[in-house]
Design a protein around this ligand. Sequence first.
Ligand code: FCA
Length: 338
Amino acid sequence: MTFPRLPRLFLTLIVAFLAGCSKQPSSPAGAAAAPAKIKLGYLVKQPEEPWFQYEWKGADAAAAKYGFELIKIAVPDGEKTLAAIDSLAANGAQGFVICTPDVRLGPAIVAKARAAGLKVVTVDDRFLGADGNFLTEVPYLGLSATKIGRMSGVTLAAEMQRRGWAAADTAACIVTFEELATCRERTDGIIAALQESGFPADRIFKTPQRTTDIPGGLDAANALLAQKSGFKHWLVAGMNDSATLGAVRATEGQGYTATNVIGVGIGGMDCLDEFRKPAPTGFHCSILASAPQEGYRTTEMLYFWVKDGTPPPPDTRTEGQPVTRENFERVLKAEGVL
Ligand code: FCA
């Protein structure tokens, strides 16, 4: 005898349900089941940048120390970000650290994470709410952006003085990405420190980058250099190493060399190949802010939040220190990066 289609499906469901109900715990009576390993995600907007690879490395070190499982996911756009949260939830993760591809996704990310019972910690780029203000209820860890920007500006001015350049022959090219607060604060800090050093304000030129990578810095600086010819020396800086590297490449394209360009980056992780070049380039220095430490500290905070319910502090900032061709090996070894 055959069952008509619908009742048979119904029967299958009942059987499956009863089978589920009758399942017994597999551990022997009295013995507590081993607690499941905590699973945490780490989502980054630009996995191709050494900066973010070093964050993952730091997070891996925290996972090894505390024994949680780390799920690393690249989230170059909004769609991939929301899909990554679904995938984390399906995999039984309990929270994630994120450097979002777009800070305006903040409310959508928070809503999705809440619905799935996942805790969220932001790193580097802070979420914005619909009103354009920071989503301060989401814990954040990032650079002391203004302070680190000011260190970049002070370094530019000091090196210019050391080389004895006349202000009249010198201009500053500052590559900006002002739509992101952490980047705007850094370049504002650079400009403020340069002006305080006595560098003429009308010789500091900002040029916006469309993309936050080396080609973005290159295009931005090329556009500026095409308009401002006739300077003997250039000071070059931006919100990260890639911005400055792109701008230094642009000066080289215009015939400038290491002797008439002073480039200062921020991050200190994306300029290692540059420092390792046999001959110095215009990229003189970077303000190092440890990416592995960021990865370690954010995942450590998230782990204790999940495990013990201790929420992370709302806003944690990391400090910076200058690194050059001369000292980067030593400093990065001391930081545990190399
Ligand atoms: C932002 C930048 C990254 C890095 C980070 C600390 O996210 O886009 O390159 O500088 O801040």
